[in-house]
Every structure is written in C-alpha cells, then in structure tokens.
Design a protein around this ligand. Structure first.
Ligand SMILES: Cc1cc2nc3c(=O)[nH]c(=O)nc-3n(C[C@H](O)[C@H](O)[C@H](O)COP(=O)(O)OP(=O)(O)OC[C@H]3O[C@@H](n4cnc5c(N)ncnc54)[C@H](O)[C@@H]3O)c2cc1C
Ligand code: FES
Length: 484
C-alpha cells in the first residue's frame, strides 16, 4: 500500500556497490537520517558514501506524515520534571534549529517540496489539564506556545496547545533533491561491519567513520539496543473531500488521530500499537470510519503504514557508540518525530565527524544509562521479550491448516510443525517459520498488512517470508505446501 508521496515521486535509481572502496565516512541507510547526514557532510567537503539495502527513502521515510515540528506530544512538562529546565530548553532549541535548517536548505536549493510554515496543535477531547500544563511548560522554555479552545478540527475539543511557526512538506520530493547531491549505492545491504570495514555482497567499504542510520540498528553488540528500543506501528489514510485545516494536529488521547493537509488532500493518522500486537486488525477501517464520520462525502485516495523506534527513556540515541577504538555512530530512537530528529542527528554527527564542538552533541548520548531512569519501561520491554520467546518455546499451534479461511493468516499445525500460514483469496497457501531470525521470538500475524510481525523488537516479513523491516537481516524460512 503506497503512500501519496511514493505515488507521486520517482527518485533517480542508483547502481549497487560492485567494487572495494575507501572513504572518510560511510553511512549505512538511505532514509531521511542517513541522506541528511551525508548531505551535510558533503557540504563540508567530506568524502562520504551511503549504502542502502533497498532504494533511497524506501524504509519508514516513504510512509511518514512529514510534520516538521518540535511539538513532540506532551513532551516539555515531562522533560522539565525528569531532566530539568536547562535540558528541556536545549531540546526545544535544537529541534527549532532543525526546522530552520530544513527551510534554509529548501530555499537555497530551490527545492519544490510543498514546504509550509504552519502552527501545530496538540488536542484532547477529554483532558484539558495535561494540555494546560504542557502549554505552561513550553512557554516557560521561551517557546511561542498557548493553550486554546478554538481549532479547525471537525469536532469539539476540551482544549489544545498551539505552537507557532512549525512546518510540513512532501518528504520524498525533499529527499529526492538532496540525495542527488550525494553518492548512494542502492540494493547494497550491509551484511557485517568489522571495525572500520563495512561488508556488502558487491564489495567492502573501508572508512574512518561508520554511521548506522538504519532506523533500528542491526548490530546487537555493542550497543545492546535490543534491550532499550522497541517498535510501534501506526497507520495513515489520505482522503479527498476533507477540509483545509491550516495547521498540524496531534491527538494526545488513547486512539487520538493526527491531521494535516497535503494539497487538496487531508491525511489522518493513528491506530498505534506495538509491532506484533495487532492480531485483530481493523486499523485502516478505524481511520476510514473516523474520516466518514467527520467528512461524510469524502473518498479514500491512499492508505499506508510505517513504524517508529521507541526508546526506553523517550529520547533519541544520537552519537558515538561501540567503544573508544571504533569510530561508529548511530542515529535511532526518534520516537514518532523522525523529521526534526533526523536533522538533529545529521547536524550532531556531522560536527562529531568533522571534529567540531556541537553544544547539543552530548544530549542524546547512545551510551547513557537509560535503564535506571526508566525502570517501568524496562520491565515492559523484558515482559514483551519473555512473552515473545516463551510463545516460541512453549505454545502449541492452535489450529490445523484446514481450519484457516481464505484471505486469512495465522499460526497453524502442519505435518507436526508449528508454522505461519497465509491462505490467499484463491486458496493458495504460503507457509513460513514463525521464529524471528533476529533473536528468536515468535512472530504474530498482522491482518492489516498481511505480514508476520515480531513483538520483541519489531522485525517484519511478508507472507512469503521476505524481510520488510529490520533489525532482522534475513528472510524467514519458507516451506513448500503440498496437500499430503
Ligand atoms: C505513520 C507514521 C507517521 C509519521 N509521521 C511523522 C511526522 O509527521 N513527523 C515526524 O517528525 N516523524 C514522523 N514519523 C517518524 C519518521 O517518519 C521516521 O522516524 C523517519 O522517517 C525515520 O527515518 P530513518 O532515516 O531513521 O529511517 P528509514 O527511513 O527507515 O531509513 C533507514 C534505511 O536503512 C536501510 N537499511 C536497513 N538495514 C540496512 C542494512 N543492513 N544495509 C543497508 N541499508 C539498510 C533501510 O532500507 C532504510 O531505507 C512517522 C512515523 C510513522 C510510523
Ligand atoms: S525483532 Fe528481535 S526477536 Fe524479533
């Protein structure tokens, strides 16, 4: 299911890597974070290449809703409580700088990507207290933020927090333009990184600096990101016949819906769940029903989904990791705010690589101890992993393959094995192992995407077993179906 951005943007295809190379910096991953980092480094005269497993922007970036904002949910009240006013002010400032840098790049390269400055709103239908607190916290930090009752939304709200001067754009049109400035090898999956050598099927790249911008880092050691990052999936639809909102909207209630415009279209986002926990499905239907309620004459133009890396303490991991002898860097854990956080990563990593002091550079240290600050979240993570692993080891398959209706998927018993099965509308059967090749958790069926999703760290596979999302790096074992 393609996003409206994918439908309208063709990014120039690139050759795979097919020789050995030496460069100053190699970036693994050609999404918003990787391409922006390469772009800023190139501007500083650094010799840099990007290695992309698939195609530019083909990861989560193609399916974002591309609100460029420092309004990251109910962030600032919490941040002041947990980290103090000074830290919260720096967080707000660096994210505002990110918006400004997007604007400067777009203006200087004359990029036609529908960039617009707009206010952004958090809203609630049930609780104004949390919004009043948030507005107060943001104002205290010097931001242009107000509590208000009036919005353009097609329903009554208890209140809203309005931030001035935020932005939106067409993410792939932007990525297309900046990626044309840098050297990218597509269809060049990195299989392994050994010290300063990055290994792909077509050749190795030796580099002084290695940047992991793969959304979820695919190396387990060092970093142990699998103990402090999980993924959450959410869904978006674009409709014709909505309304002109003149703003970006994010609902803070459970099942809250986000809104923005893109030309004549209105985009609604929501249906959030931990990846691997959507066995009932119905997320697109939820958004379509909401759209019909708000705009009875609307028509569906597109629907798509993507996922976010959720860090255990709510802050991204940006910076150096992997020990003193390695010049390895990471940009991950953007929560739901990867547009500004990709730019923040690019600015910070670019300075680190160039040996320039960055006053925001140590804010998101990947080596920080996130566990003690987030004991509650750590126990949720451990519970999810233990459950995922436990299901794999202990649970029996529930039903025989014959009981699976056409058009459905599920875990079944087949010839004495517990396997994942999908039966298409014509009755063709696709059988795969449900053991996640990352760290062995049991995969769950996602009926909205017809995919096998891992509840532990969010790897995903299509019904034939092909890899869709990392941290897993290989496909699932597939079994040939025979009737007897
Ligand atoms: C539905 C939805 C809506 C969103 N809306 C917003 C929004 O409005 N505003 C906002 O700020 N954020 C939003 N986000 C978040 C934002 O879209 C993401 O955080 C951001 O796009 C992530 O960019 P990235 O470069 O880190 O990852 P990706 O775009 O996933 O890029 C990573 C790349 O690495 C490649 N890769 C992986 N492994 C390897 C390997 N071994 N070798 C080589 N390449 C590899 C992948 O193929 C991929 O292309 C949204 C997220 C979702 C789920
Ligand atoms: S993604 Fe880690 S075990 Fe599946």
């Amino acid at each position: 299911m393609e996003s409206i951005w994918s439908k309208e943007t063709q990014i120039l295809p690139r050759e795979p890597l097919h020789q050995h190379q030496s460069v100053n910096t190699v970036i693994i991953g050609g999404g918003m974070a990787g391409i922006l980092t390469a772009f800023l480094l190139k501007k500083r005269g650094v010799d840099v290449v990007v290695l992309e497993a698939n195609t530019i922007g083909s990861g989560q970036t193609k399916n974002t809703t591309a609100k460029i904002t420092c309004q990251h949910g109910l962030m600032y009240y919490k941040l002041i409580q947990e980290r103090g006013e000074h830290y919260a002010k720096k967080y707000a400032r660096v994210n505002m700088l990110a918006i400004e840098l997007y604007e400067r790049i777009i203006n200087s390269l004359h990029i036609d990507c529908d960039f617009r400055r707009l206010p952004s709103y958090l809203y609630s239908k049930v609780d104004d207290l949390c919004l009043r607190r948030e507005a107060g916290a943001a104002s205290k930090l010097g931001m242009q933020a107000d509590f208000c009752f009036k919005t353009a939304l097609p329903f009554e709200v208890k209140g809203a927090v309005r931030f001035e001067n935020q932005a939106q754009f067409q993410p792939l049109a932007f990525l297309k333009a900046i990626s044309e400035e840098v050297c990218v090898y597509e269809h060049s999956p990195v299989l392994k990184v050994e010290s300063n050598t990055v290994i792909t099927p077509g050749g190795n790249v030796k580099a002084d600096h290695v940047v992991f911008a793969t959304h979820y880092p695919f190396v387990n050691f060092p970093g142990l990101f699998f103990t402090r990052l999980h993924q959450e999936r959410s869904y978006a639809i674009a409709i014709e016949g909505g309304q002109n909102l003149e703003g970006l909207y994010y609902g803070v209630d459970k099942d809250g819906i986000s809104f923005r415009n893109a030309g004549s279209l209105t985009i609604l986002g929501g249906g959030n769940h931990r990846t691997g926990e959507n066995s009932q499905g119905g997320k697109y239907q939820f958004l379509q029903d909401a759209a019909k309620r708000f705009y009875p004459d609307c028509t569906l133009v597109a629907q798509w989904s993507a996922q976010d890396c959720i860090p255990i303490d709510g802050l991204p991991y940006i910076g150096r990791f992997g020990g003193k002898d390695r010049k390895w860097y990471v940009a991950t854990g953007f929560f739901k705010w990867g547009m500004t956080n990709s730019m923040v990563s690019a600015m910070a990593l670019c300075d680190m690589i160039c040996g320039v002091h960055n006053r925001y550079g140590d804010m998101f240290d990947p080596n920080r101890n996130s566990w003690t600050k987030s004991v509650k979240n750590l126990s949720i993570e451990l519970k999810a992993s233990v459950l995922g692993l436990g299901r794999q080891v202990f649970s029996d398959a529930k039903s025989p393959l014959s009981s699976l209706p056409q058009g459905h998927g599920g875990i079944v018993e087949w010839k004495g094995h517990k396997l994942g099965a999908y039966k298409d509308e014509q009755g063709n059967v696709f059988l795969v192992s449900v053991k996640c090749p990352h760290l062995g958790c049991q995969l769950e069926w996602n009926p909205d995407e017809k995919s096998w999703d891992c509840p532990c760290h969010g790897s995903r596979f299509d019904y034939t077993g092909a890899l869709l999302d990392n941290p897993a790096q290989i496909k699932l074992k597939a079994y040939r179906y025979t009737r007897r």
